[in-house]
Write a protein that binds this ligand. Structure first.
Ligand code: NAD
Length: 463
């Protein structure tokens, strides 16, 4: 695709937006329905695409991709009227009579750039929000999930209004050209490295950005919980999509006693989830490409493997693996792992764990397995992260009422449900006053004693 072609695509979407095509609620509903129909009528095609891209099981594609978006669509359809209704705002007495309200209007043409790891959910999630808010959208799926990208390129024009919604396939070169165009919002999900490139390009046009990035999401476990049940949830969270999940538990912190108890339980949990040999399980995914496989196998050398550890380069298979004795400055503890390796770090207790988290970058998610209310409160007070989940991993991300996003190096901005609608809207403030009576006379010059005493007393009390 040439630069002219990409510029032309964006210009056409802008024309559609300026012509008002995307604004009526009926149009927005049609698009949301289109997404629903595309996913339900072509579920098998998306399942096959994800099987090809990540060797994902069809059930997991339903659970972690299609169902998440169908729920978003249903929620947006149900909420559209209330989200778009003007919101009355109370006026201070000094501005009465009058009326104030907020209108949430679409921004214009938005760009959604998605990664490969959940290539349906992470592309369509923001798109549902953008369309519900009445925008024209350019979708850029990840080239690292080529079968899913091709499915979108073929199906989106069939199901969504091609005047306002377009897929642009491609890698860094095409995305660079896209980023040269002027958009009204850019929603990027992926690595912090590319996040910086996106933010820099957006700054040239003063385009607002949402950056959904990654980082190291810690887990803390204490002995107040059923360790067997905790181990299963942690093992599942780390193994889903072979650990290639932005909110996957990255590393685990516990006291020596808890570590000794939980290591065999994590091993048992993997067996329960994927059988004796996860490589033969149809439910266990593969590493997306050879380069990432090589990086992860190198990280295996950063500690002592106490569970799992088997790899197969040809199959890009890495077993769910637990490591101990990892040095704090080893790459596995400095970089986001983004694979099925779980290093365990010994801490002296919750305060030690909190201090370590607080000393690092703010994570996307924090998982605390404890039934001790004072420990829960200490983690909430002492750390900052995009989300905190107690006694569970990952699933906080699927709750539509919980805004999803990062803080600091794990990202900026939020989506899911109304948070996504707000991200893609301009909250326009409107004030309307009749010309009579002239209540503003009280603040107009000349600044007589009367105005002055009004400013010092009454106005302050009334506003
Ligand atoms: P990726 O390689 O698919 O890249 C993401 C997007 O950026 C792709 O569409 C790609 O084409 C584009 N891109 C790549 N290089 C570019 C460049 N030089 N210029 C412009 N665009 C470019 O995905 P990834 O970055 O490998 O994804 C993994 C990372 O994403 C992890 O850090 C993970 O934690 C994070 N992530 C975050 C979330 C979240 O919701 N917060 C979700 C999934 C993944």
């Amino acid at each position: 695709m040439t630069s002219e072609h990409i510029a032309g695509i964006v210009a056409s979407r802008r024309k559609a937006f300026q012509d008002g095509i995307t604004k009526p609620l009926a149009w927005r509903r049609q698009q949301l329905n289109g997404i629903r129909s595309m996913l339900t009528e072509h579920a098998a095609e998306f399942e096959a695409a994800l099987a090809s891209d990540l060797r994902r099981s069809p059930t997991e594609t339903q659970l972690a991709e299609i169902n998440v978006i169908l729920a978003e669509v249903a929620h947006a359809m149900k909420s559209l009227r209330s989200w778009t209704a003007p919101r009355r705002v109370a006026l201070p007495l000094s501005l009465q009579p009058g009326r104030g309200w907020v209108i949430r209007e679409p921004l214009g043409v938005v760009l959604v750039i998605a990664p490969w790891n959940y290539p349906v959910q992470l592309l369509l999630g923001p798109v549902v929000a953008a369309l519900a808010a009445g925008n024209a959208v350019v979708l850029k799926p990840s080239e690292q999930a080529p079968a899913t990208s091709a499915a979108f390129a073929r199906l989106v024009p069939e199901y969504l209004d091609a005047r306002a919604v377009t897929v642009v396939e491609g890698a860094a070169a095409e995305t660079t050209v896209l980023l040269e165009q002027r958009f009204d919002h850019i929603f990027y999900t992926g690595s912090a490295r590319v996040g910086r490139i996106v933010a820099e390009a957006a700054a040239k046009h003063l385009t607002p950005v949402t950056l959904e990035l990654g980082g190291k999401s810690p887990v803390y476990v204490d002995d107040s919980v059923d360790l067997k049940a905790a181990a299963k949830r942690i093992a599942w969270g780390k193994s889903l999509n072979a650990g290639q999940t932005c909110v996957a538990p990255d590393y685990l912190m516990a006291t020596r006693e808890v570590i000794d108890a939980i290591v065999p339980l994590l091993d048992d949990a993997v067996r329960e989830l994927y059988g004796e040999d996860p490589q033969t399980s149809g439910d266990y995914a593969r590493i997306v490409n050879g380069q990432r496989f090589d990086r992860l196998t190198t990280l295996l050398g950063d500690g002592t493997v106490v569970s799992g550890g088997r790899t197969d380069a040809e199959d890009r298979y890495i077993a769910p693996t637990v490591l101990t004795d990892v040095a704090e400055d080893a790459p596995i503890m400095r970089e986001e792992i983004f694979g099925p390796l779980l290093p365990i770090v010994e801490v002296s207790g919750p305060d030690d764990a909190i201090a370590r988290i607080a000393a690092g970058e703010k994570p996307l998610a924090l998982y605390v397995f404890t039934n001790d209310e004072s420990v829960r409160r200490a983690f909430l007070r002492g750390t900052s992260s995009g989300a905190v989940a107690f006694n569970v991993a990952l699933v906080q991300q699927t709750v539509i009422g919980l805004p999803f996003g990062g803080v600091g190096q794990s990202g900026m901005g939020r989506y899911r449900g109304e948070a996504g609608f707000t991200t893609f809207s301009n909250e326009k403030a409107v004030l309307s006053k009749p010309l009579a009576p002239e209540s503003l006379a009280l603040i107009f010059p000349p600044y007589t004693k009367r105005v002055d005493s009004f400013a010092r007393g009454l106005l302050r009390r009334l506003s």
